[in-house]
Design a protein around this ligand. Structure first.
Ligand SMILES: NC(=O)c1ccc[n+]([C@@H]2O[C@H](COP(=O)([O-])OP(=O)(O)OC[C@H]3O[C@@H](n4cnc5c(N)ncnc54)[C@H](O)[C@@H]3O)[C@@H](O)[C@H]2O)c1
Ligand SMILES: N[C@@H](CCO)C(=O)O
Length: 805
């Protein structure tokens, strides 16, 4: 014997009914109990008819729609399969509704009668469609025995078993079609099993008949690793144990009614979830064998919850307090979703559905009235808009570190944990979180436990030389990233005037034209809203501008939950208080502030220094060429170019700062030296760096970049003389930054062929770090220290570092 249950979405119209008919014949064979829900949406219509009638309002429009849909289905069935017998009496239904309208109230028994009408329609239609196969209607009221409640009633499995066997025998052949969601009580009155209770009816029938299988046919392929409406990447779980399925159904996996599993588990009947629209796809099988060695099976979530905390000195060490709290709630039929208690016994916290909140509060108020007056119990504390995220898996008990990973994931999603609970069989671990962060929590947990494809969500500010090159590299590396299971999305690009944000991600080939059409400039508030709306969990602001105004906002970026990757050096060379504030903001927000390209462009300078100093090394002295453009220019001048020609060429090659005066004034090198000094622990300001500029400070002051460039030839002769005079002594000019005994200097030095910096030119940087660990020979880093490609590559590397913990 097989039990097949079809949900409303599988019975919505004639095409659906015909599909179900053939599924019954294919999967049920000649020996099956078929449990049917109401045609999709019909129970909602019936509930709404009751609500309108209860107010005493006119429901004729809704009634006509209901009749026309029901009669329409009947006519379609009759035109193909002949007369529909035992058609439910719509006239009687109308009479009941009229009564409700007159009384302006609907007794539970009448309510049960009205809202179960859709199931009766489904059964009448399907029995007619299968009359050639001798299908018979099976009376659910006669078989399924419940407690006295008319709505949301509980099934008495033992009595039901006895009744079912009176009406149908394990050895009987035939197709028995039965209404889901209904039963009858000891008074013989019709009862209903709670919304979506047809799964429960099917499970009870399967258990009573000791069926081979209970198949639940629905509109999805099975139980997913998370609700696919919430998590697009959720995948089907092929095998689950009864316990896993129960935990999932209870904590929000909407594919199964929570009560369904218990009857199957008690009688060891396997339960299979299958897709009506895709019957050949294997579904999810729930059985005593469970299946698979995976430590975790799925994640589920429940929202619209409130947490209540009962506390006070009267709780401590007092036997029976918990029983009184939960007894009071049980008396008023408040369902408790999760309970947690601190070991000091001073308080008990528990979650209820928000729709039960006032009921719960009233119950507690009257139960503890005297204790509250005596000050033994504090007023009940309430937190609303909460959700529960639950990780489920039988094998969790044999694996260490899963709870740690679960909580680390919540922290990664910037989600605060309000309360936690774990059952002692270790099959499920739940965290109560703020409702608006539930999706973020689910997304990160799903990524870390199931898909293992972490995402990086990039917003690029500044798309000049470096920014443009970065976008090219992001595009070029998509396949490389996919191979390493990393999803890197470019969600936004901004220049100084416009900001382009795209929910689908900015198209690499069209970003320039799209940015031109964007209206407003970058605003942190808007970016925050965008991240929230799209539930982005690893947002990174990448600053490839040289804007001071952006640099001043980094602490706000970090506090708002963004990682910050900066090619821009202005933030790290602001005053010392801001430098400290940045490190602190990064630490307290748990987000990263990365700026490797601030010194040596793509060269791994700061990373290495941080690692060395972190391991206890100390800087003794430093000397190096830190400017790619000056390294390039000084080399070109040796080869015969003038200062102005060499500067123009360095600018064309993308080595100079947006304003080359930043290089020629020594400021850019001073900034880099300051960053090295600060990383080594020196507390200095930019004004503490002693600077000898290449070009006198007052030269062409106040002009624009183009005017400066056209006036620069005035300095060519003097500079050529200086180069010549050094050459006559066998020396070359180099622009050197040094730190010695806490003093930082940048300026021109004439070095001979023995000097380590003699050969450094063509845009190369060289850094010699003399430290406690690296002496008397220094630790040396050398390589190209400017240029869009290497800088963008360094920025790219920083972006990837946001994934490491
Ligand atoms: N070029 C290099 O070799 C190199 C190496 C290391 C670091 N850097 C740093 O990288 C940054 C970019 O250098 P570049 O050569 O690409 O300069 P660039 O002038 O070509 O690009 C900077 C871009 O930022 C834009 N911008 C300015 N203010 C902005 C704002 N408020 N919001 C958004 N965009 C804004 C500008 O319009 C410009 O398009 C600079 O801070 C530079 O110091 C450059
Ligand atoms: N203008 C800078 C770019 C790298 O920071 C240089 O010449 O080194």
């Amino acid at each position: 014997m097989r039990v097949l249950k079809f949900g409303g979405s599988s019975l919505a119209d004639m095409a659906c009914l015909k599909r179900v008919r053939s599924l019954i014949l294919n999967y049920g064979g000649d020996k099956a109990v078929v449990v049917l829900s109401a045609p999709g949406g019909m129970t909602d219509s019936l509930v709404s008819l009751v609500q309108i009638a209860e107010k005493g309002d006119d429901y004729i429009t809704q009634w006509d729609a209901f009749v026309s849909r029901s009669e329409g289905l009947r006519q379609e069935v009759e035109s193909e399969y002949g007369e529909v017998l035992d058609w439910p009496q719509l006239g009687q239904l109308r009479e009941k509704l009229e009564g409700v309208k007159l009384l302006k109230q609907c007794p539970a028994a009448v309510n049960a009668y009205v809202i179960s009408f859709g199931e009766r329609i489904s059964v009448a239609l399907m029995v007619s469609m299968l009359k050639t196969h001798n299908a018979k209607a099976l009376d659910a009221a006669a078989c399924i025995k419940t407690n006295l409640e008319h709505l949301d009633s509980e099934v008495d499995l033992d009595r039901t078993k006895a009744e079912v066997r009176q009406h149908i025998n394990e050895k009987d052949d035939g197709i028995f079609v039965m209404t889901g969601f209904t039963g009858s009580n000891a008074e013989g009155e019709l009862t209903t099993l709670g919304r979506n209770g047809s799964d429960y009816s099917a499970a009870v029938m399967a258990a009573s008949l000791n069926a081979d299988i209970c198949q639940i046919w629905t509109d999805v392929d099975g139980v997913y690793s998370a609700d696919p409406r919430l998590i697009k990447k959720a995948t089907k779980v092929e095998r689950l144990s009864y316990k896993e399925a129960m935990e999932l159904a209870y904590f929000g996996a909407k594919v199964l009614h929570p009560k369904t599993i218990l009857p199957c588990a008690k009688t060891n009947v396997p339960c299979e979830i299958k897709n009506t629209h895709d019957p050949d796809v294997p579904g999810s099988l729930i059985s005593s064998q469970g299946g698979g060695d995976e430590p975790v099976k799925a994640l589920s979530s429940l929202d619209k919850l409130a947490m209540l905390t009962v506390s006070g000195p009267g709780m401590k060490g007092k036997v029976g307090m918990a029983a009184r709290v939960f007894g009071a709630l049980a008396n008023d039929k408040v369902s408790i979703v999760l309970i947690t208690q601190s070991s000091c016994e001073f308080s008990i916290s528990f979650c209820v559905y928000e729709h039960d909140l006032s009921l719960a509060l009233n119950a507690l108020e009257s139960a503890f009235e005297l204790e509250t007056q005596a000050g033994l119990i504090e007023p009940v504390e309430v937190r609303k808009d909460l959700a529960i995220v639950t990780l489920v898996g039988d094998n969790m008990k044999s694996h260490k570190g899963l709870a740690a990973k679960f909580f680390a994931s919540l922290s990664q999603a910037q989600v605060n944990v309000v309360a936690i609970a774990q059952d002692s069989t270790e099959s499920a671990i739940s965290a109560v979180v703020s409702g608006d962060l539930c999706k973020d929590a689910m997304k990160v947990c799903h990524e870390n436990f199931f898909t293992h494809v972490p995402s990086i969500d990039v917003f690029l500010l500044g798309c000049g030389l470096v920014g443009k090159e970065l976008i090219k590299q992001l595009e070029k590396q998509q396949a490389w990233l996919a191979n390493r299971n990393i999803k890197l999305n470019l969600y936004g690009v901004a220049n100084s005037r416009q900001c382009l944000l795209s929910h689908e991600g900015v198209a690499f080939e069209q970003w320039e034209s799209q940015l031109k059409q964007a209206n407003d400039g970058f605003e942190l508030n808007e970016l925050e809203q965008f991240v929230k709306r799209n539930h982005l969990i690893n947002p990174v602001i990448v600053d490839c501008s040289s804007s001071e105004q952006l640099a001043d906002q980094y602490t706000d970026f970090l506090k708002a939950g963004f990682h910050v990757v900066a090619a821009n050096k202005k933030a790290n060379t602001g005053d010392m208080a801001y430098y400290r504030a940045l490190q602190q903001a990064a630490q307290s927000s748990g987000r990263k502030f990365l700026y490797e390209t601030n010194v040596g462009a793509g060269l791994p300078v700061l990373d290495n220094l941080q690692l060395l100093f972190g391991a206890g090394d100390e800087l003794l002295s430093f000397s190096g060429i830190l400017s790619g453009s000056l390294s390039y220019m000084f080399g070109a001048i040796e080869d015969g170019l003038s200062l102005s020609e060499a500067t123009a060429q360095a600018k064309r090659n993308g080595f100079t700062e947006p304003d080359p005066r930043d290089d020629l004034s020594g400021t850019d090198v001073a900034r880099k030296l300051l960053i090295i000094a600060r990383e080594s622990g020196l507390e200095l300001e930019l004004s503490d760096i002693k600077v000898e500029p290449v070009v006198p400070e007052q030269f062409a002051a106040g002009t624009c970049v183009d005017d400066f460039m056209s006036q620069l030839p005035e300095l060519d002769a003097a500079f050529a003389d200086r180069v010549q005079s050094a050459a006559s002594e066998g020396k070359k000019l180099r622009y050197v930054g040094s730190i010695k005994e806490g003093i930082c200097r940048v300026g021109i030095e004439a070095v001979d062929s023995e000097h380590a910096l003699y050969d450094i030119r063509d845009g190369e940087n060289a850094l010699a770090i003399l430290s406690q660990y690296y002496q008397p020979k220094p630790f040396v880093i050398r390589g190209y220290g400017a240029g869009a490609e290497v800088t963008a590559a360094g920025v790219f590397a920083d972006i990837l570092k946001t994934l490491s913990r």
